[in-house]
Design a protein around this ligand. Structure first.
Ligand SMILES: Nc1ncnc2c1ncn2[C@@H]1O[C@H](COP(=O)(O)OP(=O)(O)O)[C@@H](O)[C@H]1O
Ligand SMILES: NC(=O)c1ccc[n+]([C@@H]2O[C@H](COP(=O)(O)O)[C@@H](O)[C@H]2O)c1
Ligand SMILES: [Mg+2]
Length: 195
């Protein structure tokens, strides 16, 4: 069985942290990070607001991300080997792929491929504070959070909801351990229901 999990939601919701914990506990589990598909800086548009528009779908090479997902779908075993993931040979033959990123559910060709879509959120103040402590490859210029990051998050979330994309909301204010156990248990139950 092939099972694709989305760990999506807002920037600094805790997606990468949660994903890294899940990876260690789920068998035959590979990961694709959406952040790895940002286009080079010189291809990022500058908006009327003067900010480089990092937080829009067009700043990501989603075709390349989709191709990577398709490579896993064709042969999860080969994909795992190529990415240094050890594959357990058991009777259930379950293969799991985690997609992790902040715009997972806004790209049409991917949206129906998920078996389960999680969506991490924290309140505005917490998100802004966590973001201020982060150092990205390209540092945030002053005002980027309120001028670009937050409005784009709201816009894409609104669109996702209007399109009826079903997600499981996760409260990113819970502890790392609580989130990990909640999601691990949920995935394990969902896998049991399918087998
Ligand atoms: N459950 C949590 N509670 C408190 N802080 C967290 C939690 N999960 C992650 N963090 C912290 O929040 C920041 C963003 O986490 P990260 O996993 O990189 O988020 P994302 O990938 O969604 O941007 C990091 O400093 C991380 O240590
Ligand atoms: N990885 C990069 O090249 C890069 C560059 C500039 C901004 N970012 C930021 O990364 C964020 C997404 O990553 P997180 O969800 O881990 O915060 C976006 O909000 C974007 O503004 C990433
Ligand atoms: Mg991250």
């Amino acid at each position: 069985m092939k099972y694709i999990v989305g760990i999506g939601g807002m920037t600094n919701g805790g997606k990468t942290t949660l994903t890294n914990s899940l990876l260690k506990s789920l068998p035959n589990c590979c990961v694709i990070h959406q952040d790895d598909f940002f286009k080079p800086q010189d291809q990022i548009a500058v908006g009327e607001d003067g900010f480089k528009q990092w937080d829009v779908l067009e700043s990501l090479d989603m075709e390349a991300m989709l191709s990577t997902v398709q490579a896993w779908m064709i042969s999860p075993r080969k994909f795992a080997r190529a990415h240094g993931v050890s594959v357990q040979l058991d009777a259930s033959d379950t293969h799991i792929l985690i997609l992790e990123g902040f715009l997972l559910y806004s790209y049409k060709p991917l949206v129906d491929l998920y078996s389960r879509r999680y969506f991490l959120t924290v309140p505005y103040e917490e998100c802004k504070w966590r973001r201020s402590t982060r150092r990205y490859m390209v540092p945030d210029p002053p005002g980027l959070f309120d001028g670009h990051v937050w409005p784009m998050f709201q816009k894409y979330k609104r669109e996702m909801e209007a399109n009826g994309v079903e997600v499981v909301y996760l409260d990113g204010m819970k502890s790392r351990e609580e989130l990990f156990h909640q999601v691990l248990e949920d995935i394990q139950n969902s896998l049991l229901n399918r087998s």
